[in-house]
Design a protein around this ligand. Sequence first.
Ligand code: PEP
Ligand code: MN
Length: 444
Amino acid sequence: MNGWSPESWRSRKALQQASYPDQAALAAALAELAELPPLVTPWEIHTLKDQLARAATGHGFLLQGGDCAEHFTDCQSDVIANKLKILLQMSLVLVHGLKQPVIRVGRIAGQYAKPRSADLETRGPLTLPSYRGDLVNGPEFTPEARTPDPKRLLRGHGRAAMTLNFIRALSESGFADLHHPENWDLAFMAHSPLADDYRKVLDALGESLRFMQVVGCGDSGELARVQFFASHEALHLPYEQALTRRVRQFDGWFDLSTHLPWIGFRTADPDGAHVEFMRGIANPVGVKLGGGLSAAWLEDLVQRLNPTREEGRLVLIHRFGVERIERELPPMIDAVRSTGQPVLWVCDPMHGNTETTARGYKTRRFERILDELCLAVDIHRELGSRLGGVHFELTGDDVTECLGGARGLNEIDLERAYCTQVDPRLNYEQALEMAMAIVRKIRG
Ligand code: PEP
Ligand code: MN
């Protein structure tokens, strides 16, 4: 690829990077990282790309979700299993309701680096570097924690590897067996107002599986495991570079830190370092699109990232917010159409709908999130395009970070279990309810 190498991004402006005081320690950590085994394989990446290509032509739906920021302390069996459970449950609801294959992608096993609105944070008399995710520094407001530490790159790789190892084991074993979806039940679900609706989906699914067995279709081995892919924002370029490897069989370079890396809204400048890095890797690539973008900008971006118009390569994740989507999305759809690019359109209804309560909690309202999703479905339809997936910040735990939903969480409830260090996530119940609402909207 012309002028590209795994480090050609270094000649461009790289926004949102950590500033390491000890460059020799950084170089040593990156050298070690470059020798370690990668986290995913090019074969898996190709499988995902094929599925994304099919979804872009109307045969499949992407479900992408997980924490805003993972923490090293999240590398625990329950936390990982709960996230897998909610994504599996949502995918069942979507498969059943949409009658389409669902591509399951976690924001998981590497979502450790975060963009921040300011480089520094001041509390009282003290000013320190902002928390940039566990891959860079710690959230505690002390000089020790906030100083970027290159050893965290190795810990991040290790935690991501352990997380993926556990996910792979669960997805391949009895846990993921479609004949036993009760394995994915979460303890607090029994008392949920949604329990009945979810049971109905399971009953219908069980009936279909039994029918398939009776008529002799369906390889039971296939139904005993699920495919699950990992994704994260490829923000920390030295880390991504160290895990980018040349793969001879495919005659290309792959970022083997994850299956689906994405470019964040703040770092999507076509001339910037992130776009330069991503244009040369063979993975499918996501890009977040937010308010204020011009059509010419997007045309330039997609041509640079996919000059050969490869199918399955581009996932455009729009996150305009419920107030702006009607104005901002249509010109983007037209712009992409004018380039002839085969993209998969996905809506992230979280990042454009964040607000702060009077008591100072950063939150999002279930109803506004859903409203943006519904508008996205309608706008794509009206323009002859198709919304081919959704992107959520969610957790399998019973947190109280977003308002509303079937249980009607209010501002007082937020104090009960507000756990996020960064953006507010849908809790388990809100996430499942969202999957049911998507089905209602799309199926009409
Ligand atoms: C995120 O996904 O957590 C994020 C920072 O999103 P965006 O780049 O869309 O702002
Ligand atoms: Mn976020």
